[in-house]
Design a protein around this ligand. Structure first.
Ligand code: 5CA
Ligand code: ZN
Length: 406
């Protein structure tokens, strides 16, 4: 599927001597030094395109954009893969409820997402992959699971035996009791009669009347949600890639199951080295979510004339891992900040710029601490004006590392 066009990223005239990034890994509960090989490999779970991009989505994609930019600035080539869940229950339900064809809805909202990501200067993935176009890879992975005896049939639907992967539970580090508390609200069906274990999840759903289906070696049907990300990641990145990312609501069941499928199908080969999760953005007292409808949409703000760089600064003002609540004064604060930077940049001295470079890099190297990076930029903007010899470097730094165009 077509991605969006990436903005250019300026190379910084000052090399990054440290060149390493530590991120919080949910699976170990610790900060982990990422040690990408020649190519850093990143998978970030993409949208389910049944409604427009809200600020929670945007915050998550901006967070992983910081990681992408940090790796690139420190000399790594990055291979970035993102999916689009362009067929799944919530999309089909919304399409039916609004009388729109499911594929038209998916295409329309995916296109809006592309426009929003471009406006926010989020670097595009190298492979932007739809669930529908990946069905042959899902089938291949499910067949491997079948050959290893990890799949059972329930009235034509294929279920995954959740204990097939001995490392089950290691991603989210939840007890099975805790898993059961959230499984149903996150797409699971713990109470379906006939399942061998309540946490088993569907790999392949047989054709239902009125729903789209595809004819495959598994029969007519459509893939379950988790296998989509297992097969796309394995196909486009291989096993043991550097970072699997998404919002914290994906740690369980989605990332746990995706990892389990890929590990069980490939005889225990590790799926990803680290699992990184962004906190949830709330609004009006609850997690911002398409299903609840308490949304602040990026596209609405843009239509109202808000500078996308103001939105980006507002998002970066919160550490990616924290849960936080959007309030209407976020934009004013961000606008004042950006105005101060824009009026100071013309008079940055070379010495000030050279001091700001490591301050921003060091903040981001330590678990993508954007608020600390922004505080360093504020401190520079509030210092004595210089001769303007450093303005190019400051502009490049904010552009390359923070995605902010002054
Ligand atoms: N298509 C699946 C992933 S394969 C999906 O979760 N789609 S989504 O549209 O529901 O969410 C897209 C991304 O935004 C996910 O990483 C999700 O964790 C994140 N996200 C959703 N709501 C919020 C929120 N309120 N705050 C922060 N991130 C969020
Ligand atoms: Zn996913």
């Amino acid at each position: 599927m077509r991605a969006w066009t990436s903005p250019d990223v300026p190379g910084l005239a000052v090399a990054d001597p440290a060149g390493s990034v530590r991120v919080h890994d949910t699976a170990s509960g610790e900060l982990r030094l990422t040690r990408p090989g020649d190519v850093a490999r990143l998978y970030v779970c993409g949208i389910t395109p049944y409604d427009a991009t809200h600020l929670g989505h945007a915050a998550t994609y901006v967070a992983f954009d910081l990681l992408n930019r940090a790796w690139r600035d420190s000399g790594h080539e990055v291979r970035y893969v993102q999916n689009v869940t362009d067929v799944d229950d919530p999309l089909l339900e919304r399409a039916a409820a609004t009388g729109v064809a499911w594929d038209d809805l998916a295409e329309r909202e995916t296109e809006l997402f592309r426009t929003d990501m471009s406006a926010l200067r989020v670097l595009a993935p190298d492979a932007y992959v739809g669930a529908v176009e990946s069905i042959p890879f899902d089938v291949e992975l499910i067949e491997r699971l079948q050959e290893r005896g990890h799949v059972y049939d329930l009235d034509g639907d294929l279920y995954y035996d959740v204990h097939a992967d001995p490392r089950f539970g290691n991603v989210s580090r939840l007890s099975e009791a805790q898993m059961l508390e959230v499984f149903a609200e996150r797409g699971g069906d713990p109470d379906r009669p006939g399942k061998k274990h309540p946490l088993d999840c569907v790999l392949w759903q047989a054709e239902r009347p009125g729903e789209p289906s595809w004819k495959t070696a598994l029969g007519r049907g459509r893939p379950g949600w988790h296998v989509e990300c297992s097969s796309i990641a394995v196909h486009h990145l291989g096993h043991d890639f550097d970072v699997q990312g998404g919002g914290s609501d994906l740690a369980f069941p989605h990332h746990e199951m995706s990892a389990g499928h890929a590990q069980a199908a490939y005889d225990g080969e590790r799926f990803a080295q680290a699992y990184v999760h962004a906190g949830m953005v709330g609004y009006e007292g609850a997690k911002m979510s398409k299903s609840r409808g308490n949304l602040v949409l990026v596209s609405r703000l843009r239509e109202a004339g808000v500078d996308p760089m103001v939105i980006r600064v507002a998002l970066l003002a919160h550490h990616y891992r924290s849960d936080w609540e959007w309030t209407d004064d976020e934009l004013d604060t961000a606008r004042r900040r950006l105005d101060a930077w824009r009026s100071a940049v013309g008079s940055a001295s070379r010495a000030q710029a050279e001091a700001l470079v490591p301050a921003v890099r060091d903040a981001l190297a330590e678990d993508l601490d954007a608020p600390a990076a922004l505080a360093a930029v504020d401190a520079w903007a509030g210092s004595e004006p210089g001769d303007g010899s450093g303005s190019g470097l400051v502009r490049d730094l904010l552009d390359a590392r923070l995605g902010i165009l002054l």
